[in-house]
Structures are given as C-alpha cells and as structure tokens.
Ligand binder design. Structure first.
Ligand SMILES: NC(=O)c1ccc[n+]([C@@H]2O[C@H](COP(=O)([O-])OP(=O)(O)OC[C@H]3O[C@@H](n4cnc5c(N)ncnc54)[C@H](OP(=O)(O)O)[C@@H]3O)[C@@H](O)[C@H]2O)c1
Length: 399
C-alpha cells in the first residue's frame, strides 16, 4: 500500500489518476497537484474514490518540497510539462522520494530535448538511495520495453529498430495537437535525427517519409522525426546498427503547420505586442483546442510499435511488437482520447513497478534497463494489450 503524488492535471494526468484509482491494492492514497487546482477538482469529481487535490507551481522547488513533506508520498509522478522535470527531480532529491516522468527535460527558451540534464542526477540519486524512472509513457516508455522484450526473448543480436507511431484517428477539428500543443509543435518542427553505424545523422524537418502498412489500420504516410528514446536505446540495446523513429501526419495537419511556421506563429522567442512581450507559440496554444477536450468526438485507432531486425539462432529474423488502441473505447473508460490514454496507462504501470519493488534501483534509469516481462504482463491487464508479428508478416519499410 503506497501514497502517490501526481503532478499535472492535463490530458495525461487525468488518465494516470483514473488508472491508479483502479488499482487500490497498490495506490492506497492519491494526491493530484497542479498549477490550476480547479482542473484537479474536475478530475477528482469523476472518480468514485477520494482523490486529494492541491495547488502547486512545480517550477518552485520549495513549494514541491513542502507538499512532499506534507503528504509523505512514496513516489512522485511528474505528468506536468518537460520544463518542470529538473525542478521536480530536485524536490524529490531533497526529500528522498522516488521520481517518474514521461518526457525528458526541455529548457523553455531552446527547442532542444536530450537526457544529459537528467543523467546528471545519477550519482546524487544513487547516494540518496532513490530512483528516477525516465520516460514511462508510450513512446518513450512502452517502445523501450518492447525493445528490451525483443532483445530478451527473440534475438541473439538486434541490428535495427524502427519505432513506428500511427494515429489514424479523426477528432473533427481543422487543426489540433494530441498532447500539449507547445511541446508537440516544438518536437516536430525540429530537425529529424537518427542513429546509424555509430553516429547521429541529421535531416531537414519532415524531409524523409514513406508509407508504412500499420496492422489493423493500413498504409499511412510516416515521417522520420527525432525522438528522445533513441538516445537511451542506443546505449542499452546490444549490437544495434541503426535506430529511427517514424510518425504519421495527415496532409491537412502538415499544411496548417507549414502556414503557422511561415507566419511566425511557432516561434518560441518573445516578441513585442502592444507593449507586452508574448511568445507566439504560447499564444497559439491558448487558441488551439485543449487536447484533453478532443476525446468526446475522436474516432479511429492508434497503432504504435517497434519493427526490429536482427539475428536469432544464426538466421535473420524480423519482428513487430505493437499495440492498437481505439480512441472511442478510451473515452468510454476514462474520458480521454487514445494519445493521453497510451501515455497515462504506462505511467501508472511504471509507478506500480516501483511501488511494488518489482523494478528497483538507486540512480537514474530508463525503461529498457529493467526486466520487461512484468511490465509486458501489466500492459495486457491494464488496457494496452500488445501483439507480435514475425518475419514475412512484419510490414516492410521501403527505405
Ligand atoms: N511518453 C509519451 O508517450 C508521451 C506522450 C504524450 C505526452 N507526453 C508528456 O506528458 C506530459 C503531459 O502532457 P499533457 O498532454 O497532459 O499536457 P497538458 O494537457 O498541457 O497538461 C499539463 C499539465 O501540467 C500543468 N502544469 C504546467 N506547468 C506547471 C507547473 N509549473 N506546476 C504545476 N503544474 C503545471 C498544467 O497546468 P495548467 O492546466 O494550469 O496549465 C496542466 O494541467 C508532457 O510532458 C508531455 O510531453 C508523453
């Protein structure tokens, strides 16, 4: 029985709280804290178990430390924004409490994400005897566990990994992002990056694409992006020669994005507007639909997985491990669309792995560093069942 403090009452936070509430034998007490406390209350009111709520500005380490001292959680789950990662890690370090997140740190004034800032906590977390589990969402998160599972059970050597992320859903809006618009647009307007033969290669944003034939969904145009899990998987998957990440985008979405970029609405530097400084991307976020509100009308499926090639028993071997998730089914269960659902469920499972001692350690960890089997079992039991295709049944990539 444990107490969990969840920070962030957005689309993902809603799912994490509801899924933790479904597992009372692990999550005895649940506290939800966020900048806007009314959003915490709105989530708590939907749940037939007591959820304690608090107002918190997690950029302020002292506030988070005080809240941790008040409630004495065993674990802090950070599903606020990547900007808060280091401040929340500092608060956990000061109070000696385990930490979990779903996205790596980004400095607010530079659109750049990498793990170096969080890896720098390794020695201090180890010395304090606590663990940080980084990237316990779907991608990063489940995709890392899929790679560890393939390495453990299906390959002597893994040579290539293509992480493939398809959202074939329709929400009925002309333009909306499926998670926080600011973070999402910063991610996809960066240069594409992948790793091959021991080095990183960079390409212009969205300049490499191909049709991928996703199981249960069909062919969808998919674009090579840089994604954070590539950085840790390169370190932890043995024999890897290439790793890439592909994500689907519709024409309508890309056209809107191009226009927004061309007119400067995706800029992250402050500009003068009628005597005020505003950041265009933050202003755009205020205009766009709240991703948490898309669920009611969302139809269709997501299909996210890993296509892995390598050698088993001296022979070439191919495998695809994936999950298909239905937007409308997620909405019926937890009032959220599938992108929030596929992030929130693994965050709950990661929390469960730590709180039950199934995954334990001292320092800063990625998902692929632990035994994948209990996590894979938990995916099947908590709403994200996965499937495996082998050899000729695996979709072929044309590039
Ligand atoms: N690994 C994956 O597969 C994956 C996929 C999707 C998303 N994610 C990550 O999941 C996280 C949550 O995404 P989301 O779509 O739920 O975003 P969201 O809807 O924008 O929710 C973020 C929440 O954090 C709160 N917040 C922001 N700054 C805060 C602060 N300083 N102190 C306390 N609370 C603060 C916000 O409060 P207000 O309501 O007051 O603004 C909001 O409630 C993001 O880090 C995102 O990158 C991971």
């Amino acid at each position: 029985m444990a107490t969990v403090l969840i920070i962030g009452a957005g689309g993902v936070g809603n799912v994490v709280v509801r899924k933790c509430a479904q597992v009372p034998e692990v999550f005895d007490r649940i506290i939800l804290a966020s900048r806007t406390v009314s959003k915490c209350r709105a989530i708590a009111e939907q749940i037939d178990r007591p959820i304690e709520v608090e107002a918190l500005d997690a950029d302020d380490v002292a506030q988070t430390v005080a809240l941790i001292r008040k409630h004495k959680p065993d674990l802090v789950v950070n599903v606020a924004l990547p900007y808060q990662d280091l401040a929340i890690m500092d608060a956990c370090l000061e109070t000696g409490v385990h930490y979990l997140d779903t996205a790596n740190y980004e400095p607010p004034d530079v659109a750049k994400f990498e793990y170096k800032w969080q890896w720098a906590y390794q020695d201090r977390y180890a010395a304090k005897g606590i663990m940080a589990l980084l990237g316990s969402g779907f991608d990063p998160g489940v995709t890392n566990v899929f790679c560890a599972y393939a390495q453990k059970h299906h390959f002597d050597e893994v040579h290539s990994v293509d992480i493939v992320d398809c959202n074939a859903g329709q929400h009925g809006q002309a333009f909306a992002t499926n998670f926080n618009p600011e973070i999402n647009i910063r991610e996809i307007t960066q240069k594409g990056r992948y790793w091959q033969d021991g080095r990183w290669l960079e390409i212009d944003p969205m300049s490499l694409s191909q049709d991928i034939d996703y199981p249960e969904v069909g062919p969808r145009r998919s674009y090579l992006l840089y994604h954070e899990e590539l950085e840790s998987l390169v370190k932890h998957i043995r024999g890897l020669q290439r790793i890439r990440f592909w994500m689907t985008f519709g024409e309508e979405y890309l056209t809107h994005l191009r226009v927004l970029q061309n007119i400067g609405m995706t800029r992250i530097d402050p500009v003068d507007f009628q005597g005020h400084k505003i950041v265009p991307l933050q202003f755009l976020k205020a205009l766009l639909p709240d991703p948490g509100s898309l669920g009611a009308t969302y139809e269709g499926k997501t299909c996210i997985g890993c296509i892995i090639e390598g050698v088993q028993g001296g022979k070439p071997h191919r495998l695809m491990i994936y999950n298909v998730c239905d937007h409308a089914a997620c909405y019926r269960e937890v009032g959220a669309q599938a992108v929030s659902y596929t992030t929130g469920v693994p965050a709950m499972i990661g929390a469960k792995m730590i709180l039950t001692g199934t995954w334990s350690g001292q320092g800063v960890f990625h998902m692929e560093q632990f035994d994948p089997d209990p996590f894979m079992d938990a995916l099947n039991r908590h709403g994200l069942p996965w499937k495996v295709l082998a050899d000729d049944a695996v979709p072929r990539l044309s590039r």
